[in-house]
Ligand binder design. Sequence first.
Ligand SMILES: Nc1ncnc2c1ncn2[C@@H]1O[C@H](COP(=O)(O)OP(=O)(O)OP(=O)(O)O)[C@@H](O)[C@H]1O
Ligand SMILES: [Mg+2]
Length: 224
Amino acid sequence: MFDGLKLTDLSAASFGVLRKASNTRPTIWIVEKNGVRAVVKDFSKNRFLFRNIVGRFLIWREAKAYRKLSGIKGVPEFYGVIDGLALAIEEIPGKSLENLENEIHLPHTFFESMETLVNDFHQRGLAHCDLKRAPNTLLGDDGMPYIVDWAASISRGDLCLPPFNPVFRRFMLDDEMAIVKLALRHCPDRVSAEKKARYYYRSRGEKCIRAIRDRLREILQKAA
Ligand SMILES: Nc1ncnc2c1ncn2[C@@H]1O[C@H](COP(=O)(O)OP(=O)(O)OP(=O)(O)O)[C@@H](O)[C@H]1O
Ligand SMILES: [Mg+2]
């Protein structure tokens, strides 16, 4: 549908800029073509070295994740990569969870749907790894959760060799704990004692795994 769209067409086809580019962040466009709206993440306005090294790498990684996630309800449909520097995905009408607790309190059923969604992509062998950031979860106008920003996601295959294999399980647990973190802001009374205990628990082995994970995430997030 967005086949043949070029970076040079973006401003003509565009409906507006959701966020301007900064040193390390892409421009986020809302684009409309033949009545279909898409969100385009575009590194073409970033500095030469950044866009060609980091930008291309992140677009490649995120596109790879979207291809794996195809068909999962709660993940925007992937429309394609544009000139290696941008990617187009389905626009999800709604709002992000950033500071949303100051406006409304989401019901516990929202977080149950989020658990199903997280479980669905874990079964595809992918961990999101950045779900604790509330802007990466959207509340759709249909009341359902949607997850965006897959640039820092990790595939089971990326970490299949020792000593990294327990780290992938840890990333999956982190995704699950991110749901608890968000739910505690919205409906703390509906979070089970067991989940709260798991969320606050730290063993020595876990501290060690967290240290490896935090280092890896720091590297990926610096790049993202
Ligand atoms: N498919 C979408 N539909 C609606 N809004 C979206 C969509 N994708 C992204 N957004 C909005 O754009 C914001 C930024 O998107 P995204 O997180 O993918 O970019 P980013 O450059 O990785 O940002 P950040 O560094 O802040 O995480 C999201 O928080 C969300 O508000
Ligand atoms: Mg984000």
